[in-house]
Design a protein around this ligand. Structure first.
Ligand SMILES: Nc1ncnc2c1ncn2[C@@H]1O[C@H](COP(=O)(O)OP(=O)(O)OP(=O)(O)O)[C@@H](O)[C@H]1O
Ligand SMILES: [Mg+2]
Length: 258
């Protein structure tokens, strides 16, 4: 059965898509099979896999009950993905009256659960239907944050949404960790936030990944050419950091590398 992970934070631009892609690439580099499900109507992850999304099956067709999730998987050199869809919000009003509106992704995934080691969900920068579907279908979340002064305020709202999901739709949901991203140790504010994060984690009851992801220009270069960072810059800061995050994650979920 796949370990399912939602990469979630309702704040924009914190590194959800980057973490989805780089963690998936680290997993594949270690020999794990990975499926990404793009739950973000911005479709940034999808654009890394497919340049022309006209007439392809997407997550829209899954939520619209038109197709099985298996039929929507696209596999390329980059890996396997259920493509996102900019029209996904159209379905919101259609599923809004359903009692199981937050359980749809979880139910649909049962068809592919045994086909992968990991399933990663990239989520949009909102606390709405698509993020709740992802955290309801997930075993756990990874929450990227930036070292800015509003990061902790934003985390409060995110943790409340996670607590609500635990109460209502997914009692076993875990927070694997808050992941500080785009960290630059030459900046005083970054250093201060990094040093106080574990204490705030204890107060608010969330774990923090032991290493931050450092600022790394190689990330946007890899994204610009739609390639894995582990292919284009395997010894870059971020590749090293994501490999360490994977290591820590594997220990948390008690899974051995391949
Ligand atoms: N560690 C890093 N070093 C340098 N650049 C980074 C790093 N992490 C992310 N970026 C860059 O920051 C930008 C925002 O990252 P990303 O798109 O992953 O955020 P996001 O949370 O998915 O955004 P959104 O909320 O819009 O979906 C991207 O241009 C990405 O290349
Ligand atoms: Mg994104």
């Amino acid at each position: 059965m796949a370990v399912k992970i939602a990469i979630a934070n309702q704040k924009g631009g914190v590194g959800k898509t980057t973490t989805t892609l780089c963690l998936a690439d680290a997993m594949k580099y270690c020999g794990f099979s990975v499926l990404i499900v793009d739950m973000d109507p911005q479709c940034n992850t999808t654009s890394e896999f497919i340049s022309d999304t006209t007439d392809i099956p997407t997550i829209y067709d899954v939520f619209n009950d038109k197709m099985d999730i298996k039929e929507c998987i696209i596999t390329s050199e980059r890996g396997s993905i259920v493509p996102g869809d900019k029209d996904l919000p159209e379905i919101d009003s259609k599923i809004n009256s359903r009692m199981d509106r937050y359980m749809i992704l979880k139910k649909k995934l049962s068809g592919v659960d045994d086909d992968y080691d990991f399933i990663l969900f990239d989520t949009p920068p909102t606390l709405g239907t698509w993020m709740i579907n992802a955290i309801t279908a997930a075993d756990g979340c990874i929450c990227p944050i930036l070292a800015d002064k509003y990061a902790i305020d934003g985390l409060g709202a995110l943790l409340k949404t996670i607590r609500d999901a635990k109460e209502n739709t997914n009692p076993d949901l875990k927070v694997y960790g808050v992941l500080l991203n785009n960290y630059n140790q030459t900046k005083a504010l970054h250093k201060e936030i990094w040093s106080t994060l574990p204490k705030i984690g204890k107060q608010l009851d969330f774990p923090v990944f032991k290493k931050p992801i450092r600022t790394c220009q190689e990330i946007s270069k890899a994204q610009a050419v739609g390639k894995s960072l582990f292919e284009t810059a395997p010894s870059s800061n971020a590749a090293v950091d994501y490999a360490e995050v994977l290591d820590e994650l594997l220990k948390k979920i008690k899974r051995k590398g391949r």
